[in-house]
Design a protein around this ligand. Structure first.
Ligand SMILES: [Zn+2]
Length: 231
């Protein structure tokens, strides 16, 4: 195999390594926490807190109703017992009872409104919960697939690196140095020659350059400096 052919193979391996490394970093950036899942978790937590607060409000309002009912019963019992004869006291008691009744009906309306809110919040917690479950399941599948892909790419990379090492032991070290310098400068170090033209710079090569490129020696394009490779 000519030196140019060896370098061309080395370049193919290096380009494949580059692309695999890019794939790896893309996969790595997709692994880990998902913003969508985190947002859904936060929303569910907030909705649960709201539901808890509403239930607490409901309970304390219900206790208030219990107290009002008990107080009313005591006051009404007193009123109908006939114990109180003093008109002013009677009027006061009646006034107290009216006040308690008004407050009870007000608080009862309030508790109904709270119960409606509890119902809405309960439904919202349930739907957000199942939405989150779906999102998490999707995410798990996606992460599993990404991990599998990552393993495959890593295996491929190890294989490519192994091939590279093997190939390097067979290539002349000076040629490798030229190759490395050109790779750093131009990205591609070796250019194919097609129809008498350097594929690196698209310039037609002089006949003598073409002839030299056909030999085993390392010939570089007089225009772009890349190593010429005739397939
Ligand atoms: Zn060229």
């Amino acid at each position: 195999m000519s030196v140019a052919n060896q370098l061309y193979r080395l370049q193919e391996i290096d380009l494949a390594i580059e692309s695999s490394e890019q794939t790896l970093s893309q996969i790595a950036s997709q692994l880990g926490e998902s913003k969508t899942v985190v947002r859904a978790q936060t929303e569910l937590t907030l909705e649960n807190q709201r539901l808890e607060e509403l239930r607490h409000q409901q309970r304390s309002t219900e206790w208030e109703i219990d107290d009002l009912v008990a107080n009313l019963a005591v006051a009404e019992k007193k009123l109908y017992s006939g114990e109180i004869r003093n008109p002013k006291e009677l009027a006061n008691l009646q006034h107290e009872i009216e006040g308690l009744r008004a407050r009870r009906s007000q608080v009862e309306d309030g508790v109904l409104a709270i119960m409606e809110q509890v119902e809405t919040a309960t439904a919202s917690v349930a739907s957000r919960g199942s939405e989150l479950e779906t999102l998490e399941a999707e995410r798990r599948n996606q992460q599993q697939q990404l991990s599998k892909d990552m393993e495959q790419v890593k295996t491929k990379l190890a294989d490519l690196n192994h091939k590279r090492q093997l190939l390097l032991t067979r290539i002349d070290t000076q040629a490798v140095e030229v190759y490395n310098g050109l790779r750093r400068q131009k990205g591609t170090a070796v250019a194919k020659v097609e129809q008498g033209m350097c594929c690196g710079c698209r310039i037609s090569l002089p006949i003598n350059e073409l002839q030299r490129a056909r030999s085993d020696s390392l010939v570089r394009c007089s225009s772009c400096g890349r190593v010429l490779f005739l397939a």
